[in-house]
Design a protein around this ligand. Structure first.
Ligand code: ATP
Ligand code: MG
Length: 415
């Protein structure tokens, strides 16, 4: 039986020198972690590609598909590893078509050599292998719109043969862009926002606010499931859960009704920032898109930002709801996000929330609240769940007796 591997290609733009080796190593580690027991031994680096030897040859296509979802991957192929013997390449081409495109009626060849010491030219390989495929299968050659393209890459001592490219998610390997704290509700938008940051190489630490104890914990359960769906991209390190209901109640009792929602949001941002401090994260992320709902006006966005010291990144700001839904479906969070649940933001909801709140009014309302103590209360209730993310480094445990930046809360590691 021919040996199999997932052949991984990545974009090389901007990759130079040291930068490149770090990028490749990070991607290799992320792939190894994501593919686990599917890989047979180490991920290898070969001439601008990564090669994941596949433990069970029959699963090569599945492994190539899973690898394509890992940030940093441009495309993958479920490759047959063959030596340079001509007949092995032909046999692999036939097997690859039968596996990846059994219903095809036309095909094209695309052979390339990276090793110039291989005597046969790309053109000659195309003709030779193409003829063998035609004779064995009766498939028609179609160079314009083939049902399947057979790729042959001759690299160093080996040749890799695969049928059809699996297009990858692109972006940068998780762990090459630092760490962010993403506010993840159980709604449609924020999981997509978190994924977009992973795709740009950031390690994401999520924080979810539930209405507990004034609601059930269903939103937490759904957020945890969303975390599970995001886990397969290898970029979610941890998800924090904050029971927010009592704090919302406190705000609702003391602050003007029309400002409540923004005050909740500003408190969420402050709590997220305390967690970012603990985690060493440099930015926050939300799922807002301009004007999508009444609260997502420029005025309100500015009011929320005024409560944050770190930049608040909003990767969905220019996207339409339908585009966001398209992403949510593609990454597998949509079905989880539409499950009915009590959202903590609708708790103690005023009849007419402000759409153009003024920062001065919010500051004044907060003067009546003890926001420092409220953040400490939130941190005291925090629990967390960890996910498989090889680039994630959890915060170090503080030694007993030493106080950290948010000394009022217990260390999260101990909860
Ligand atoms: P989503 O679909 O992400 O819930 P949304 O369209 O419901 O967003 P808002 O309710 O205005 O919009 O929330 C804006 C952003 O604030 C969310 O995208 C998310 O980042 C954050 N957020 C809101 N509620 C929560 C929550 N309960 N827990 C964590 N983050 C939240
Ligand atoms: Mg929501």
């Amino acid at each position: 039986m021919l040996r199999r591997a997932a052949l991984i290609h990545y974009h090389e733009i901007g990759l130079k020198g040291r930068n490149r080796a770090a990028f490749e190593r990070r991607l290799a580690a992320n792939l190894a972690a994501a593919l686990g027991g599917e890989a047979d031994g180490r991920v290898r680096r070969i001439a601008s590609r990564l090669l994941v030897p596949v433990a069970r040859p029959g699963r090569a296509l599945e492994v190539a598909r899973r690898a394509a979802a890992i940030p940093g991957v441009s495309y993958t192929g479920a490759a047959y590893l063959v030596g340079r013997a001509a007949d092995e390449m032909e046999r692999a081409a036939l097997e690859a078509i039968a596996e990846a495109a059994p219903g095809a009626s036309s095909f094209a060849m695309d052979a390339r050599r990276s090793s110039t010491d291989y005597p046969e030219s790309s053109m000659d390989m195309n003709v030779r292998i193409g003829r063998a495929v035609q004779q064995a299968t009766g498939l028609r050659v179609d160079l314009q719109q083939p049902d399947v393209t057979v790729h042959v890459e001759v690299v160093q001592g080996d040749a890799y043969v695969y049928a059809g490219k699996v297009s990858g998610v692109g972006g940068l390997p998780v762990g090459t862009s630092g760490k962010v704290v993403a506010l993840i509700s159980a709604g449609i938008d924020s999981p997509v926002a978190a994924w977009r940051l992973m795709k740009r190489g950031a390690v994401v630490v999520g924080v979810h606010f539930s209405g507990v104890p004034h609601t059930d914990d269903l939103s937490e359960r759904f957020a945890r499931e969303i975390g599970g769906a995001l886990e397969r991209y290898g970029g979610l390190g941890r998800l924090y859960f904050v029971a927010f209901g009592d704090l919302q109640r406190e705000i609702s009792l003391q602050a003007p009704p029309d400002l409540r929602v923004l005050l909740y949001r500003r408190l969420m941002i402050r709590v997220a920032e305390a967690l970012a401090e603990r985690e060493g994260a440099l930015a926050l992320v939300t799922g807002e898109s301009l004007g999508q709902v009444a609260s997502q006006t420029l005025e309100n966005i500015a009011a929320v930002d005024a409560s944050a010291a770190r930049p608040v990144l909003r990767p969905l700001i220019g996207m339409d709801k339908l585009e966001i839904i398209g992403d949510a479906r593609a990454i597998g969070t949509y079905e989880l996000s539409i499950q009915p649940h009590a959202d903590c933001c609708t708790l103690f909801m005023p009849r007419t929330p402000a759409t153009r709140a003024r920062v001065e009014d919010l500051d004044a309302a907060e003067d009546a609240l003890d926001t420092g103590r409220m953040v400490a209360d939130a941190l005291a209730s925090v629990r967390h769940e960890d996910y498989a993310c090889p680039a994630y480094r959890p915060p170090r445990r503080r030694r007993p007796g030493r106080s950290g930046p948010e000394q009022a809360g217990p260390d999260v590691e101990e909860v």
